[in-house]
Design a protein around this ligand. Structure first.
Ligand code: F6R
Length: 264
């Protein structure tokens, strides 16, 4: 795992967008694992801008989102399908048929989850998985005690997640679904590369647990320590509680792989 600290939230999001763009240019038929949430909005903004200004090409790219709420159809403005259309898919030249989210309205949710895993396998697996970290340390909707080898399945959301996301629902806590379909921790760990973005002071304590604490299913983001190629990009506010801050800063300033991403 590498932790990379950027001065501002914007710089952290831009770095993540540039890392994705680099992979997409190297492999136009990239299989991209996507996340939703507030943290990702800026990343998608930068990717849309790169498409507009630099002709970043998504025409062959295939995407698989981490999760979707149970019971919300694609046309519901709170669904993650709606979020993805709004923040990314409608702003770049992606073929909508190549974009995938678990279907939270499927009659047989277990069969839908098995089918989702099969589709990922048929595409050759996820090349780059984008992640945020939730207030309770989840990745995807892998809430505390999710098995570290879990696969795509239905999960009940914790009160912390409901509190975190309720402000995004017009009806608040009451309107928020209590269940979601989510890739498992094992599904996420199968991706070739993982890119996590964590920003803001309110994530500082959980970030420290995830990257410097013990690996535990109580904080599923801590499972990323097991991944052989995981980069965690953070802003200064989120980095506040990391004991290894000065080492992480040194890595970004000195390691050759980061040279092209350092401000000139
Ligand atoms: C969303 C997802 C979640 C979020 C996490 C952080 O698809 O999988 O794990 O990444 O809850 O959400 P924000 O960015 O809103 O703090």
């Amino acid at each position: 795992m590498e932790v990379i600290i950027q001065s501002t939230t914007e710089q952290a999001a831009l770095l993540v967008a540039r890392l994705i763009a680099k992979r997409l240019r190297a492999k136009p038929a990239l299989v991209l694992g996507l996340a939703t949430g507030r943290t990702m909005e800026q990343v998608y903004g930068y990717l849309a801008e790169m498409h507009r200004r630099e002709k970043l090409d998504f025409s062959l790219c295939r995407t698989f989102n981490l999760d979707e709420y149970v019971g919300l159809p694609a046309r519901d403005p709170h669904s993650y399908r709606y979020y993805m259309d709004r923040h990314l898919f409608s702003r770049v030249n992606i073929d909508r048929r190549n974009t995938h989210l678990p279907n939270g309205t499927a009659r047989d949710l277990a069969a839908e989850c098995a089918h989702y895993e099969e589709m990922i396998r048929d595409c050759g697996g996820v090349d780059v998985q984008l992640l945020g970290i939730g207030a309770d340390g989840h990745i995807g909707f892998n809430e505390p005690l999710s098995a570290l080898r879990s696969r795509t399945r239905e999960k009940a959301l914790t009160p912390a997640t409901v509190r975190q996301n309720a402000p995004l629902f017009r009806g608040g806590v009451k309107a928020m679904p209590r269940r979601a379909l989510t890739m498992g921790v094992g599904t996420i760990l199968d991706a070739s590369h993982v890119l996590a973005l964590v920003t803001g002071a309110e994530k500082a304590a959980i970030l420290a647990k995830a990257v410097e604490g013990p690996i535990t299913s109580m904080v599923t983001a801590s499972a990323l320590q097991l991944h052989p190629d995981c980069k965690v990009i953070v802003d200064e506010a989120a980095a506040k509680r990391l004991r290894g801050r000065s080492y992480y800063r040194w890595i970004f300033q000195n390691e050759p792989e980061w040279q092209e991403f350092r401000p000139r």
